[in-house]
Write a protein that binds this ligand. Structure first.
Ligand code: FMN
Length: 336
């Protein structure tokens, strides 16, 4: 039985611009939103914005590409929710490394209800750095999150107790190394004092004191105003996203997997906090490789847990205006 529906009356370019706009909800390291979209008559292009790369913390651009990958996945889901399927070329032009992806070959089929649910999740997903509740995550929910990452071609290793301790030790070591890097601290100070710019981390989303967690979260260099309470995240699960290559296109895919896992987690009431300090420092990134039995390359570690349902979480971080991240100049006359 065919699920095809009649082609939509809405111009393709309107759908592309809207999907690129929805991708603005994606998570990014320090809320840098280092992407820009170009809407073309029959294509959508994703470019990296090097001005918003963290040159001290992320000189290789690993977290930059992961952030852009998350935006790419958000756009793909938004298109699917509107009924569009597309071909996705990652790193389509070796002579233009800043062109991260090109979406082409659009056909309009029926709107995908699963994608529609994930679009709703995009609008409520956020990073909640408070300790998670004592309630364990149901196994079925963890399996679903794992499968969501796997479908993007990336592995999600759920850590056992020994590996959790190893991750905690690596995170402590990474924090100590980073605390001794003045350029990195300056960069952190910049991204935590960006009020009114649509980027960066406002004090309301940063803990007022370090929460009690098995694996230490990132120190943002200044206390925020988010009350953390006395809880300890004993029921938290820690995991590492990893794959067989350590190249920009695999980092992009890691970002797509992060987005897929995070939106699925949101749908299931599971909170996810990326912990990237351990992949920013060479030595601790190697330690993560050992945790993975040297089977592949770590892209990002994360904490998963059920959010405390009795307290409102932190507010949403700001976002850049759509006009700053979506260029529709090539199709202005075609959009309704
Ligand atoms: C690649 C990547 C790395 C991140 N690393 C951390 C981290 O180490 N610690 C942390 O608390 N949040 C981390 N985050 C979460 C971002 O700070 C967060 O996504 C951003 O501020 C936007 O806020 P939102 O997720 O609430 O929309 C990371 C996010 C991404 C995509």
């Amino acid at each position: 039985m065919s699920h095809e529906t009649p082609a939509t009356d809405r111009p393709l370019t309107t759908g592309l611009a809207e999907a690129a706009g929805m991708a603005g909800h994606a998570p990014s390291v320090h809320n840098t939103q280092p992407w820009r979209w170009k809407v073309l008559p029959d294509a959508l292009e994703l470019r990296v914005v090097r001005d918003r790369q963290l040159s001290a913390m992320d000189p290789e651009g690993r977290l930059l590409a992961i952030s852009c990958g998350a935006a790419l996945h958000h756009a793909r889901v938004a298109l699917a929710a509107e009924g569009w399927t597309a071909l996705v070329e990652r790193m389509p032009d070796p002579t233009r490394p800043d062109l991260l992806a090109r979406l082409t070959g659009f056909t309009h089929t029926g709107a995908d209800p699963d994608a529609m649910r994930l679009v709703q999740c995009m609008q409520v997903r956020h990073t909640d750095r408070r300790p998670v509740s004592d309630e364990p995550i149901p196994d079925a929910a963890l399996d679903e999150i794992d499968r969501a990452a796997n479908r993007e071609g990336v592995n999600l290793q759920i850590l056992d107790d020994t590996q959790k301790i190893q991750l905690a030790s690596a995170a402590q070591q990474a924090a100590a190394v980073e605390a001794g890097n003045p350029e990195l601290l300056q960069e952190l100070a910049y991204w935590t004092s960006r009020a009114g710019t649509g980027t960066g981390l406002p004090p309301e989303v940063l803990p007022e004191q370090a929460p009690q967690t098995t694996v230490p979260g990132r120190s943002f260099g200044r206390p925020g105003t988010l009350p953390v309470g006395p809880g300890h995240d004993r029921a938290a699960v820690y995991a590492i996203l990893w794959g067989s290559e350590d190249e920009p296109d695999s980092w992009l895919r890691a970002g797509e997997a992060l987005s897929a896992a995070w939106l699925t987690a949101t749908r299931l009431g599971v909170s996810l906090v990326p912990l990237s300090g351990v992949v920013e420092v060479d030595g601790t990134r190697q330690a993560l490789r050992h945790i993975l039995s040297d089977l592949g390359f770590p892209y990002l570690s994360m904490r998963l847990g059920l959010a405390d349902p009795t307290h409102a979480g932190p507010p949403h971080t700001p976002r850049l205006d759509v006009a700053q991240v979506v260029d529709t100049s090539a199709v202005r006359d075609q959009r309704s």
